[in-house]
Design a protein around this ligand. Structure first.
Ligand code: ADP
Ligand code: MG
Length: 699
C-alpha cells in the first residue's frame, strides 16, 4: 500500500466543520451552527446556501449523485440515488441541488418494515436532514444523513427516536446542572462502539449455503483445534488481514471515522475494531458505515466479513461494546469523578441516575439487544448473561456502601462522606480488575454496555439508555428544584437511591449458576433469555409510559416496533430452518449415501476376493452412518413439520414462542446427527468446507 498522509486523508470525504467554515459565508455558517448546537430551526434561505456549497464541494470531489441516507427498521442503512443533473436550455446539463432537496426527500416507504403504521396511516414517507451528522461522499454519491418518518409523523427509522432520546436526556441533565449552578448549552451522550467480526475466505464462504443465506453456519463438526490455546487473542495479525485492515482504516478515515484500535479476538478468524468515541448519533451513523465498509473492503481482499453474532458453534461469537458517557458542550464528562466536593456530589448523582435507570428498565436494555442472532450469545458463558446488572468495582462500591450506611469509607484514608462537603476519596481507575462477565460495567469515566450483538445497530440500546437515564434525572430534578436545603436533600436522595437500587449492583462472576439463582430468586432481577421472552416487555405499562412521557416514542411507534422486531426474529429463524432442510435433503443425505455406497461396494468386493478379510472398519462405519441417515431423515421431517405449523399462527408473539420452543430445539437436534456423520464420512465426500478450513485458512 502506498504511503498515506493520514491528517490529509482524514475527513477528506466529509462536509465537516472545517469545510463549512471555509466555504460558507459567516452568516450562513453561524445560523447552521446554531441549528447544530442548539436545535434551532433551520431557515430555508440558509438551507439553499448550504446546499449550493455542498453541491460544489461534492462535484469537485467527483460526486455525480446525492442521496438521503437513512436507517430504516431493517437494521441496515438505505439510500436511493438521484443525480445532480438538470437539463439546460442549450441541450446539455447543469449540476443542481436545492435547499429543498437537502432538507427533505420522499422515498417510497411502502417496502420498508413499518409494523402496521403504513396500513393505518400513509403509504408515503419522508426523510429529513439531520444537520448534527455531517454529509459525506461514498461511491461518487453525496450522502445526507437523514431521519425517516411517515407522513403522519411516526418515526420509521432508528435515528428519529435516538435524536429524541438524546434531547430528553439533554433537557433533564441541564435541569440538574442548573441546580449545581451550571448553565451549559447542551448535554450530549457519547459512544465508542467496539466492533467484533470474523473474516473467512470468500471462495469457501460461497460454497456454504448456510453462510450465504443466514450469515452463520448451521452445521459443522468441531475441528481438532478451536480457541483453547488462546493463541489468537492479540496474536500477530496475518498478512492478508493486515492488508484488509489498512485499506479499511483508510476508507474509514476518509469518511471522518476515528478508527483507532484493531486486534485479533479470542476465536480463530475473529477480529475487533474500535473507534475513538463521538456524539451518539454520529457514532451510530459511523458504526453503520463501518459495518458496511468492512464488508465491502473484505470482498476486495477475497474474504467475507461476517457480522453475525454466532457464525460458528463451539468458538466465541461476536458482540459490540457500547462505551457510553454524558458530557456538556464545555467538555465536562459528567461520569468523571471531579476534584472538588461539589463536583463529586454531582458525579455521584449522575452515577445514581444510571444505576437507577438500569435497575428500573432492565427489561428495556435487554430487549434493545434482542435478536435471533444475539440469543446464541447472551447467557452462553462467552458474552454477558441475559440478566442485566451493574459492575462498579470494589472501590466505588465501597464508597456507595459508606454513603448508604453513614460509615467511614475504608479506602486509603478513613473518611465519612458528607456529600457536597467532603472530597470523594480517590479511587484508582485501573482497568485491570475489570469484570468481563458484567453486562454493564463502570470503567472509570464511562459505562460499558456489553450485551450488544455484533450486527445490532447501536441506536436501539442508546435510545433506551438515554431515555431511562433522562427519567431518573427528571425525578431528581423534580425533587431537588423544590428543595430548601439543597445539600441535605441531595445527600438524602443519593442515599435513598443507593438503598433502593443496590440489588442491581453486582461485582461477582456473572457466568455462575449461583448468580442466576441469587439474581432471580433473592434480588428479583429479570432473566429474559430469548427474544420472544424479552421483546413483548416493550409494551409493558411502565415502559410505555416512560418512553412516551419523554417523547421518545408514540404508542403507535412502540406497538409497531415490537411487532417488527418479533417478525424479524421469526423470519430469521424460519430462513435458517428452511436452509437446514435444503442442505440436508439436497447435499448431506446424498453425500452420506455416496460414501455408504462406496463402503458397501468395497466390502463386498473385498469379501469376494478373500474369505479372511473382516471389513470391521467398513461395516461398523456403514452401520452407524446408515443409522444416522435414518435419524437425520426423521429429524428433518420433524423440522419440516414444525416450520409448516408456524403458518397456522396469526399472532406474532405466539409464532415467536413456537419458534423458541419447537423449531429451534428441532434444528439443534438435526444438527447433532449431521455433525456426527461428518466425523465418520470421508472428507472428499463431504459437500461443504469444514470448520477447520473456514476458521484457519485465511493467511
Ligand atoms: P477497552 O474497553 O478495550 O479497554 P477503552 O476503555 O480504551 O478500551 O475504550 C473503549 C472504547 O471506549 C473506545 O471506543 C473509546 O473511544 C471509548 N471511550 C473512551 N472514553 C469514553 C467516554 N468518555 N465516553 C464514551 N466512550 C469512551
Ligand atoms: Mg471494552
Amino acid at each position: 500500500m502506498e504511503k498515506q498522509n493520514v491528517p490529509e486523508l482524514f475527513g477528506s470525504m466529509v462536509f465537516d466543520d472545517r469545510v463549512m467554515r471555509a466555504r460558507l459565508s459567516e452568516d450562513v455558517y453561524n445560523s447552521l451552527k446554531k441549528t447544530i448546537d442548539e436545535n434551532e430551526r433551520l431557515d430555508i434561505a440558509v438551507a439553499e446556501a448550504v446546499a449550493a456549497e455542498m453541491r460544489d464541494w461534492a462535484v469537485e470531489k467527483g460526486a455525480t449523485h446525492f442521496t438521503h441516507w437513512f436507517q430504516p427498521l431493517t437494521g441496515v442503512t438505505a439510500e436511493k440515488h438521484d443525480s445532480f443533473i438538470t437539463p439546460s436550455p442549450d441541450g446539455g446539463v447543469i449540476m443542481e441541488f436545492s435547499g429543498k432537496e437537502l432538507i427533505k426527500g420522499e422515498p417510497d416507504a411502502s417496502s420498508f418494515p413499518s409494523g402496521g403504521i403504513r396500513a393505518t396511516f400513509e403509504a408515503r414517507g419522508y426523510t429529513a436532514w439531520d444537520p448534527t451528522s455531517y454529509a459525506f461522499i461514498k461511491d461518487h454519491t453525496l450522502c445526507i444523513p437523514t431521519a425517516f418518518c411517515s407522513y403522519s409523523g411516526e418515526a420509521l427509522d432508528k435515528k428519529t427516536p435516538l435524536l429524541r432520546s438524546m434531547e430528553a436526556l439533554n433537557i433533564q441533565a441541564k435541569r440538574i446542572l442548573k441546580l449545581f449552578g451550571k448553565e451549559v448549552k447542551n448535554v450530549r451522550t457519547s459512544v465508542g462502539p467496539e466492533q467484533e467480526y470474523f473474516l473467512v475466505d470468500k471462495d469457501m464462504f460461497e460454497k456454504r449455503p448456510d453462510l450465504v443465506y443466514t450469515g452463520r453456519t448451521l452445521f459443522g463438526a468441531m475441528p481438532p483445534k478451536g480457541q483453547e490455546l488462546d493463541d489468537h487473542y492479540f496474536g500477530v495479525i496475518k498478512p492478508r488481514v493486515t492488508a484488509f485492515m489498512e485499506e479499511l482504516n483508510a476508507e474509514l478515515w476518509k469518511l471522518g471515522i476515528l478508527a483507532k484500535t484493531e486486534h485479533n479476538e479470542v476465536a480463530p478468524a475473529q477480529h475487533e475494531l474500535a473507534p475513538i468515541y463521538s456524539t451518539t448519533n454520529v457514532a451510530t451513523d459511523n458504526n453503520q458505515l463501518t459495518m458496511e465498509i468492512m464488508q465491502k473492503v473484505a470482498r476486495k481482499h477475497g474474504m467475507v466479513c461476517l457480522l453475525h453474532e454466532k457464525p460458528f458453534a463451539g468458538v466465541n461469537g461476536s458482540g459490540k461494546h457500547n462505551n457510553w458517557s454524558m458530557a456538556t458542550d464545555t467538555g465536562v464528562n459528567l461520569l468523571s469523578p471531579g476534584e472538588t466536593p461539589y463536583e463529586n456530589a454531582q458525579f455521584l448523582l449522575f452515577l445514581c441516575a444510571v444505576i437507577q435507570a438500569v435497575d428500573d428498565y432492565q427489561d428495556l436494555l435487554r430487549l434493545s439487544v434482542a435478536t435471533a442472532g444475539n440469543d446464541h450469545r447472551l447467557g452462553a458463558n462467552e458474552a454477558p448473561p441475559a440478566i442485566i446488572s451493574v459492575f462498579l468495582g470494589d472501590e466505588l462500591s465501597g464508597i456507595l456502601e459508606a454513603i448508604k450506611t453513614d460509615k467511614p469509607y475504608e479506602g486509603t484514608k478513613k473518611v465519612i462522606m458528607k456529600l457536597g462537603v467532603d472530597t470523594l476519596p480517590r479511587f484508582s481507575r485501573d482497568n485491570t480488575d475489570r469484570n468481563r462477565t458484567s453486562p454493564f460495567a463502570f470503567t472509570g469515566n464511562k459505562f460499558e454496555f456489553r450485551s450488544l450483538g455484533s450486527s445490532n445497530s447501536i441506536a436501539c440500546c442508546n435510545i433506551m439508555l438515554n431515555a431511562a437515564v433522562a427519567e431518573s434525572l427528571k425525578q431528581y430534578a423534580d425533587k431537588l428544584e423544590k428543595s430548601k436545603k439543597f445539600e441535605d436533600d441531595l445527600h438524602k436522595l443519593i442515599k435513598d437511591v443507593i438503598k433502593k437500587h443496590e440489588r442491581i449492583l453486582f461485582n461477582g462472576n456473572g457466568y455462575g449458576d449461583e448468580w442466576v439463582k441469587e439474581a432471580t430468586k433473592k434480588r428479583g432481577l429479570s432473566n429474559l433469555k430469548t427474544t420472544p421472552d424479552a421483546m413483548p416487555h416493550l409494551l409493558d405499562k411502565k415502559n410505555k409510559e416512560m418512553l412516551m412521557a419523554h417523547k421518545v416514542f408514540t404508542e403507535t411507534e412502540l406497538e409497531s416496533r415490537c411487532e417488527i422486531m418479533l417478525e424479524n426474529y421469526c423470519k430469521t429463524v424460519n430462513i435458517e430452518g428452511l436452509t437446514m432442510v435444503d442442505m440436508v435433503r439436497k447435499n448431506y443425505l446424498p453425500a452420506i449415501e455416496d460414501y455408504l455406497a462406496n463402503l458397501a461396494q468395497t466390502t463386498s468386493l473385498m469379501k469376494s476376493v478373500s474369505k479372511k478379510v473382516k471389513c470391521n472398519y467398513e461395516i461398523s462405519t456403514m452401520e452407524r452412518l446408515s443409522e444416522l441417515t435414518d435419524y437425520i431423515l426423521d429429524r428433518v421431517v420433524d423440522l419440516e413439520e414444525a416450520l409448516e405449523n408456524l403458518k397456522g399462527y396469526d399472532d406474532i408473539i405466539k409464532t415467536s414462542e413456537a419458534i423458541r420452543d419447537d423449531v429451534i430445539p428441532k434444528m439443534e437436534h438435526l444438527r447433532k446427527h449431521v455433525d456426527e456423520a461428518e466425523m465418520l464420512a470421508g472428507e472428499k465426500y463431504w459437500p461443504f468446507p469444514s470448520y477447520g478450513k473456514l476458521l484457519f485458512s485465511v493467511y
